[in-house]
Design a binder for this molecule. Structure first.
Ligand SMILES: [Zn+2]
Length: 330
């Protein structure tokens, strides 16, 4: 992928994985956008949007799971689908009701993140409905399409699970987190990369700068929940302890710099991984630095918590870090 496409896909993921969700509407709207892209539809009328939205929920709600964080309340979609099932609304009337009542919040807020917005929008709202932008077609019609659709399904599962947990008093946020990790984002085994990465870190932990021991983890510097891939440019070795401290937070900017330096060291080597790094990030050091910078900036916008590193660690006193920076200057 070109770096502009990486950025577009990152913005999409920021909405889907880290947008504000008090209900499942954003995820359903994202599904609708994917369908319209597949059909090649640029201008979508409100009745067309409402029909796809209704069908999605009618199917989804057969599982009977909550679609809203707030206990004791139902979303418009839950009410409309229930009335349709009871025979109190026919299909046309149900879709009309969806068009009139379901979109007031989700259409204006789809692009809103914890901090700021996702940049160029994926659609513009018009008086008659929606106009999809080129960005929507780039992302949802591109090579990442099927991975992004899988993520939408996983995110919907996760939100329903989280809402169900919130309704049961005494459940902890940790449960939601473990559900997130277990259900939506199973990791591929990365242990095979350990020997390859080891040499480019001088056998030291990426986060604390101490010698690696027996308990070595392969870690995604920019969290996997955000990048949703296992590309080697974003993988480093860390102590199990340091990795667990970092968890799925975003590490500080100094670690993004360190990652740039580590990748330049990989590219300068003859290791086969270098070709992967070049293919994923670009052919020149400047392109690669910018590509990482963009993904990091998107992640910063989207991830509501950052991690400042292991206490007592300073890049300036880390021989590994200094060696990297020297290596870059040479
Ligand atoms: Zn460590």
């Amino acid at each position: 992928m070109q770096s502009a496409e990486i950025e577009d896909v990152g913005a999409w993921r920021a909405i889907v994985l880290f947008g504000r969700n008090t209900a499942t509407y954003k995820i359903a709207l994202a599904h609708c956008l994917a369908r319209f892209v597949e059909a090649g539809a640029t201008d979508v009328s409100m009745p067309e949007l409402a029909e796809v939205f209704f069908d999605l929920y009618a199917e989804r709600l057969t599982a009977g799971r909550p679609q809203l964080a707030h206990a004791g309340r139902l979303t418009v979609m839950e009410r409309v689908v229930a009335l349709y099932r009871l025979g109190r609304l026919d299909r046309d009337a149900a879709i009309e009701r969806v068009a009139a009542e379901a979109f007031d919040d989700v259409l204006p807020r789809f692009h809103t993140l914890y901090r700021g917005t996702s940049g160029a929008p994926f659609y513009e709202a018009t008086p008659a409905g929606l106009t999809l932008t080129d960005r929507a077609f780039t992302v949802l019609g591109g090579p990442e399409r099927s991975a992004l659709l899988d993520e939408l399904g996983a995110r919907w599962d996760l939100l329903e699970g989280a809402f169900a947990l919130m309704r049961e008093p005494g459940e902890l946020a940790n449960d939601v987190r473990s559900l997130y990790l277990a259900r939506g984002y199973e990791r591929t085994p990365l242990t095979g990369l350990r020997p390859a990465l080891h040499g480019y870190q001088h056998g030291l932990c990426f986060y604390c700068g101490e010698q690696l021991g027996d308990d070595v983890h392969v870690d995604h510097v920019i969290p996997r929940q955000f990048v949703a891939h296992d590309q080697p440019w974003n993988l480093v070795l860390a102590h199990g302890f340091c990795n667990e401290q970092k968890s799925d937070a975003l590490p500080g900017r100094e670690f993004a710099e360190k990652l740039v330096a580590r990748n330049e060291r990989l590219v300068a080597s003859n290791h086969p991984i270098r070709e992967r790094v070049i293919a994923d990030l670009g052919t020149t050091p400047e392109q690669r630095r910018r590509a990482i910078g963009r993904v990091y900036a998107d992640a910063e916008l989207a991830i509501p918590y950052t991690w400042d590193g292991v206490r007592g660690y300073h890049p300036a006193t880390d021989p590994f870090y200094k060696a990297f920076v020297r290596g870059l200057v040479r």
